[in-house]
Design a protein around this ligand. Structure first.
Ligand code: SF4
Ligand code: SF4
Ligand code: SF4
Length: 314
């Protein structure tokens, strides 16, 4: 690679946490910044769309996109960035899987706008008004980055943690990049790196985190809390279970798990039945799972746009 790698970072429909997450690298961030040339990063340096448009095709070594695709402008910008970049990286759960903003796909565009703007809601300019008087052009649904452009790599998480960002920059700066499609996280489940002890106790009820003070050593799932650890990629060091909170799955499902809801329901079912079979065992499974509040928001907290495509709102 001749000269310093040219880096771009762009934020579409997200909360800004991914842009801030680079700071978590601490002093290592200074090393990274000294080894790259930032050519476009609106949150950090004064760069405008016009600056990007003037760059030759493929002149950016790597562009990190965070946020979900929610507006027409998001789509225009990621297409432009794709054209100007050798590598495009989905950075964070929103770009990777749609993220938390993707839960809005359970509502229609009109319902979202009416909730946000109240009775002043409108999709078209008012009579005599111009386009600037209108709300932003929302897509029919939130979409992950790979829905619109080819994605070379993924740095997952909400936001990505240093243990996942660091290996990406090491690979980029050394030129020793993995095969395209690589996700900078473990393929094995989070439970493998969690220090809590598992005994596969029979599950008799589902608890929300505020309903009990968990035992500090024992697996949270064994204690009745919905911890997504069995179906989520490792790589964060089990940050949430170590702090007494169940994993909500921000790094995304393991390749083996696939759809996180189906995989977790299967895991929960086996914990409820705990070796029992027959109609009574399955009725018990239904009773316990019926106590789960907000199953879609629990199982697809970060990935609804990927796994519930058929129900996308128009
Ligand atoms: S992945 Fe999380 S931290 Fe990053 S933009 Fe989305 S909601 Fe914010
Ligand atoms: S607390 Fe969660 S991550 Fe840890 S072992 Fe239990 S299910 Fe797995
Ligand atoms: S424990 Fe789960 S929710 Fe917490 S950071 Fe790790 S993958 Fe994300």
């Amino acid at each position: 690679m001749r000269g310093k790698p040219k880096l771009a970072v762009y934020w579409t429909g997200g909360c800004g946490g991914c842009d801030v997450s680079f700071l978590e690298l601490g002093p290592a961030l200074l090393d990274v910044l000294s080894q790259v040339e930032i050519v476009f990063w609106p949150a950090l340096v004064d760069t405008k769309r016009a600056d990007l448009e003037e760059l030759p095709p493929r002149s950016i070594t790597a562009t990190l996109v965070n946020g979900t695709l929610r507006t027409e402008e998001n789509v225009e910008m990621v297409r432009l960035l794709r054209e100007k970049s050798q590598l495009v990286v989905a950075f964070g759960a929103c770009a990777h899987l749609g993220g938390v903003p993707g839960l809005a796909n359970l509502a229609s565009r009109e319902e979202i706008l009416r909730t946000v703007t109240g009775n002043g809601f409108r999709l078209a300019p008012p009579p005599g008004g111009d386009a600037e008087d209108s709300p932003p052009e929302l897509l029919g649904a939130a979409r992950p980055l790979a829905d619109e452009v080819a994605v070379d790599y993924t740095v997952p998480g909400c936001p990505p943690m240093p243990s996942l960002i660091g290996p990406f920059f090491e690979a980029l700066l050394s030129g020793d990049l993995p095969d395209p499609g690589h996700v900078f996280a473990q393929e094995q489940a989070l439970c493998k790196e969690c220090p809590r002890t598992r005994e596969d106790r029979k599950l008799t009820k589902v608890l929300r985190p505020h309903e009990a003070l968990p035992d500090p050593q024992e697996c949270l799932l064994d204690q009745g809390m919905i911890c997504m650890g069995p179906v989520t990629r490792g790589g964060c060091g089990a940050a949430c279970p170590k702090a007494g909170m169940p994993c909500t799955g921000c790094v995304g499902p393991t390749p083996e798990a696939g759809d996180p809801a189906l995989a977790m329901i299967a895991a929960l079912g086996s914990l409820v039945r705990a070796g029992d079979e027959g109609p009574a065992a399955f009725a018990a499974e239904d009773r316990v799972l019926d106590t789960l509040v907000d199953p879609l928001g629990t199982f697809y907290k970060y990935s609804l746009p990927v796994y519930v495509r058929a129900r996308r709102a128009a």
